[in-house]
Design a binder for this molecule. Structure first.
Ligand code: NDP
Ligand code: AKG
Length: 451
């Protein structure tokens, strides 16, 4: 990269840092995009002259609100609620809600920013947003979670709607939470609408939405492997996390003949050299989705497995890594270990799990890599399919939805390859995803005037 270009990127990032002090995750997400888009804008002056990137870095709106609720002991509790409505150029704001004690404005702005590019890549008419709360559902009774969700939705309902903003789940928000929030929205508005996705199948949910993020991640990884002369069959895989995305990543890896050997949660990871098969996966699903237990219990149940307390799965000797837990969970030193152990590909199921330092190592060593905004886009894409079914008042079969999901992942791969091919042997999917996601939103913004 030329010296002038490096200076232009540094100057842009200085202004972003000054406008968003202390928002480290948001600044990290913007830098990854700016490093690709600022050089692209030099060759596409219409975007540069209209300050499209600058505008995309400023949320159209962000609401922060108090969420009061009463716990089982009758005590008053207060949490903070957020919704960041980042960009509506190509459709209503769309993106998940995260309930986790670490949630803050920086994390939600980074997620909303990523969501704009991701949703554009899906080919569907979806703008980008994200929200949530610093509420921790862990250790709470169902009744407490319900009271919290009802209070959260009482305020959020003023800012969302089927044609305005359609939230969904993310960390800490699954079928239970979506159900409670949907019920409250319906009471407040006296309206049965597709205002949330990830709904239960009895009340407007789509088949395959639960599976979609994990399945889509593996479909995308399979495309990347094929495009580089490899195959999924027989590959030994490390998966992090044990929630929604991790579970269905493991499931699809098994369908394609790969061998997942790790799974984790915030307390540590489990390594099972014999592999996590369908039966062990069923145990994980029950443990995490129903009993809401800890992953260490897996090693208690299966003698072939070992639990490593407070460690992450990146020490295992594996071919492919699927980080599916949270942001910045794969730092440079772990990436170096993965490379030393022969890892050939990293496919993000989570949002921004790979740090900037780890990404540098990936590029230097030409490791196959897909950014979450491309590889985990199957979740929001299937949310888009849920919205279509709700509008049409019908339900597609799981085969139909899965086929559409697969087609969308293949088309995202093609689009990323188009903008990200470096030479005959390597595609830079970060570059490809950022440019492909940007162009559609940028053109829509240009067409709509100075918005
Ligand atoms: N659900 C979806 O459709 C989509 C999700 N994503 C992304 O995928 C990732 C996982 O989401 P999802 O599976 O839905 O969430 P879940 O809440 O279902 O699962 C999250 C998993 O990650 C672990 N985890 C969370 N925070 C940390 C942390 N700080 N350190 C270590 N482990 C952690 C959790 O462990 P524990 O139980 O101990 O907290 C749990 O195993 C997130 O980055 C999310 O943004 C992306 C696209 C769509
Ligand atoms: O399904 C959705 O609307 C959002 C999914 C999501 O939060 C994400 O893609 O990160």
């Amino acid at each position: 990269m030329s010296k002038n270009m490096t200076q232009a990127i540094d100057a842009f990032m200085q202004s972003i840092s000054a406008r968003n002090p202390g928002e480290t995750e948001f600044i990290q997400a913007v830098r990854e995009v700016a490093e690709v888009i600022i050089p692209f804008n030099e060759e596409n002056k219409k975007y540069k002259e209209a300050n499209i990137l600058e505008r995309m870095c400023e949320p159209e709106r962000a609401v922060i609100f108090r969420v009061p609720w009463v716990d089982d002991q009758g005590r008053n509790q207060i949490n903070r609620g957020f919704r960041v409505q980042m960009n509506s150029a190509i459709g209503p704001y769309k993106g998940g809600l995260r309930f986790h004690p670490t949630v803050n404005l920086s994390i939600l702005k980074f997620l909303a920013f990523e969501q704009v590019f991701k949703n554009s890549l899906t080919t569907l008419p979806l703008g980008g947003g994200k929200g949530g709360s610093d509420f921790d559902p862990k250790g709470k009774s169902d009744a407490e979670v319900m009271r919290f969700c009802q209070s959260f939705m009482t305020e959020l309902s003023k800012h969302i709607g089927g044609f305005t903003d359609v939230p969904a789940g993310d960390i800490g928000v699954g079928g239970r939470e979506i159900g409670y929030m949907f019920g409250q929205y319906k009471r407040l508005r006296n309206e049965f609408s597709g205002v949330l996705t990830g709904k239960g199948l009895q009340y407007g949910g789509s088949l395959i939405r639960t599976e979609a993020t994990g399945y889509g991640t593996v479909y995308f990884a399979d495309e990347v492997l094929k495009a580089h002369g490899h195959s999924m069959h027989g590959k030994v895989c490390a998966v992090s996390g044990s929630g929604n995305v991790a579970q269905y990543t493991i499931e699809k890896l098994l369908h394609l003949g790969a061998k997942p050997v790790t799974v984790s949660d915030s307390q540590g990871y489990v390594y099972d050299p014999e592999g996590i098969d369908e039966e062990k996966l069923a145990f994980i699903k029950e443990l995490k989705n129903e009993k809401r237990g800890r992953i260490s219990e897996f090693a208690g149940k299966y003698k072939s497995a070992t639990f490593y307390k407070e460690l992450t799965p990146w020490n295992a000797k594996i071919d492919l890594a699927f980080p599916c837990a949270t942001q910045n969970e794969l730092p440079d030193y772990d990436m170096q270990t993965l490379i030393d152990n022969g890892c050939i590909g990293v496919f993000e199921g989570a949002n921004m799990p790979t740090t900037e330092g780890a990404l540098d190592l990936i590029r230097k060593n030409r490791i196959l890599f897909s950014p979450g905004k491309a590889s985990n886009a199957g979740g929001v894409a299937t949310s888009g399919l849920e919205m279509s079914q709700n509008s049409m008042r019908l339900s597609w079969s799981s085969e139909e939805v899965d086929k559409k999901l697969k087609e969308i992942m293949v088309s995202i791969h093609e689009n990323c390859e188009r903008y990200g091919r470096i030479d005959d042997d390597y595609v830079d999917y970060v570059k490809g995803a950022n440019i492909a996601g940007y162009v559609k939103v940028a053109d829509a913004m240009l067409a709509q005037g100075h918005v």
